[in-house]
Design a protein around this ligand. Structure first.
Ligand code: NAD
Length: 295
């Protein structure tokens, strides 16, 4: 009986050629991770300067790996060769899977996903690395939403083990299975979650950030809070430092998305220090000033 069941289920698609859209912080990291794990990847952006940045980022991570003796010169050369930069959608025609990692803007993503669907093979899988936009909403732009899901990597991609795979209402199980298998091939740990505001990680993280903001409004010192979380709770970093790493602009935007999605639990605080910092253009490590000063 068991045997018949197994036979009936077709094996899910094996991904042999990957592609990433956007060569930014995340796109460059995803391209690196794919290439170093033996999965060739086309990396598309809209200008050569952006492509150069993505390639440089991949080369930098590979160089550090070599310095630490984690990879040898041959692996480095093979990985760099496995990333094909392009400005053209036509370069996606042989891709089995495309991971969209362009700017976090629903209009831009909607357009890019539509253009991607026209450029790829009928059975290619399309994923979005969005941190905050609903997968069901993005799926509305597609003719074949069953081949689409979220594939949310964390920053920095080469160090963070987790990948959230987000199932939209119309995502097929074959799509999920193929993306899980590819995540494992890329050396990452997949978790499959349903579409909801914040998916899983930000749904857990943002109540923590909200608690931190409340403490600050009550007069707590952020350095002291960070110390407690690091030294007493043993977390790798406290909330202020983490917010600087994430980017205060990104954090503020994600908090808005959580508030809109689950207002009864995540409504924004009046005078939230995160928003005040954002308005003051203290964006965290990306512009060298956030809770802490850098550089
Ligand atoms: P980024 O600004 O560093 O890079 C975005 C890239 O997309 C740029 O190189 C830009 O030129 C390119 N781009 C814009 N329009 C394009 C188009 N039409 N076609 C191809 N490329 C285009 O952004 P990022 O931080 O890498 O974020 C990318 C995505 O990943 C966003 O959806 C973001 O929410 C998500 N994300 C970011 C982080 C993070 O910590 N930065 C973590 C997880 C997920």
């Amino acid at each position: 009986k068991g045997k018949g069941k197994k036979m009936a289920k077709a094996a899910s698609k094996t991904i042999q050629n990957n592609a990433v859209l956007g060569a930014g912080i995340m796109g460059g990291g995803i391209a690196y991770q794919s290439a170093v794990r033996g999965l060739p990847v086309v990396m598309k952006d809209i200008n050569t300067a952006a492509l150069d940045l993505g390639l440089k980022e991949a080369a930098k991570i590979l160089g550090k790996g070599m310095e630490r003796g984690k990879i040898d010169a041959r692996t480095m050369a093979t990985a760099l060769n496995a990333i094909t930069p392009t400005l053209e959608y036509s370069a996606l025609k042989n891709a089995d899977m495309v991971i969209e990692a362009v700017v976090e803007n629903p209009k831009v993503k909607g357009m890019v996903l539509k253009e991607t669907e026209q450029a790829v093979a009928d059975d290619a899988i399309i994923c979005s690395n969005t941190s905050t936009i609903s997968i069901n909403q993005l799926a509305e732009n597609l003719d074949k939403p069953e081949r689409f899901c979220g594939m949310h990597f964390f920053n920095p991609v080469h160090r963070m083990p987790l990948v959230e795979i987000i199932r939209g209402e119309k995502t097929s199980e074959d799509t999920i299975n193929a993306v899980v298998a590819t995540t494992l091939k890329m050396g990452k740990t997949p978790i499959v979650v349903n579409d909801c505001p914040g998916f899983l990680v930000n749904r857990v993280l943002f109540p923590y950030f909200a608690g931190f903001s409340k403490l600050l409004l009550d007069g707590a010192d952020f350095v002291a809070v960070d110390k407690v979380m690091e030294k007493v709770f043993g977390w790798p970093m406290g909330p202020a430092y983490l917010m600087d790493v994430v980017g205060i602009d990104t954090g503020d935007h994600a908090a808005d998305v959580m508030a809109a999605g689950i207002p009864e639990r995540m409504s924004r605080l009046e005078n939230d220090p995160i928003t005040l910092f954002y308005n003051d253009k203290r964006l965290g490590q990306k512009n060298a000033k956030g809770f802490y000063n850098y550089g």
